[in-house]
Design a protein around this ligand. Sequence first.
Ligand SMILES: NC(=O)c1ccc[n+]([C@@H]2O[C@H](COP(=O)([O-])OP(=O)(O)OC[C@H]3O[C@@H](n4cnc5c(N)ncnc54)[C@H](OP(=O)(O)O)[C@@H]3O)[C@@H](O)[C@H]2O)c1
Length: 272
Amino acid sequence: MSTDLSIMYGTAWKKDDTARLVKLAIQSGFTAIDTANQKKHYDEVLVGQALHEAFSQGAKREAFFIQTKFTTKDGQDHRLPYDPKADLKTQVRQSIDSSLEHLHTDYIDSFVLHGPHFRNRLVKEDLEVWQGIEEQFQAGKTKMIGCSNVSADQLRELATVAKVKPKMVQNRCYAQTGWDYEVRQICKEIGATYQGFSLLTANPHILNDRLVLDLAKRLNATAAQVIFKFAMSVGMLPLTGTTSEKHMLEDLKAKDLELTQSEVESIEKIMM
Ligand SMILES: NC(=O)c1ccc[n+]([C@@H]2O[C@H](COP(=O)([O-])OP(=O)(O)OC[C@H]3O[C@@H](n4cnc5c(N)ncnc54)[C@H](OP(=O)(O)O)[C@@H]3O)[C@@H](O)[C@H]2O)c1
């Protein structure tokens, strides 16, 4: 089994069904898994349970790409994975240490800042958290670091001031912004991979767009598969959080579809 980084399985909102669905995703062929140490939306312990079962059945740790996140207090409920009175860098360390335990591993592949405090600027607390994340990278607990829910300005600033640059950028991806065109361009400039989430749920109208439906018909595929293939074709690592085995297999197969360059460009400009 080798790592397939064409699409990533997202584990949010699955509650008590998390372990079953992550096991199903692994059996279906997903090797890249996204989670967060944030009980409000994720159950990292149950993600770890599914991984542990896979490891016990002979799967190699290095066959997986495991991503988790540090979530600041304002993104958490009362179930915090760190001491809220500790300084921010200590909170980051406590969070990743508990993620390592939850996920039955001694390293994370990608450790991501879940989101800055504000939508359009960075404050000193964000930079302190980032330094904490850099320290975990330097300590060898994660192979790369990244950020999520960032605007173009925030990403540009972070990439400028960071000692260790973000290698993963995870954003909600709306067709009406050219599929987050500006942030994707910055990712290219700084050598980061852009991860798009809510590709289907944030763009329901695109699934009924004539162009997408015609392409789906030609390729004998679904509109959802066309969107995922489009995302891959522009260099994105798409996320899917599907709860259906059929959709898991379809989402994994999207990479085998063939879109021409001009079809990709047409979808890219669909709302612009
Ligand atoms: N960084 C952040 O703040 C953040 C925020 C949100 C999400 N995320 C990450 O991104 C992951 C994915 O979230 P998401 O918002 O993209 O998706 P999602 O909320 O998990 O929803 C995916 C939707 O697409 C449907 N779907 C998937 N494949 C399909 C297919 N082939 N055909 C038809 N429908 C299909 C699913 O329905 P079925 O279940 O019926 O297939 C579901 O309704 C999360 O689990 C999480 O890991 C991160």
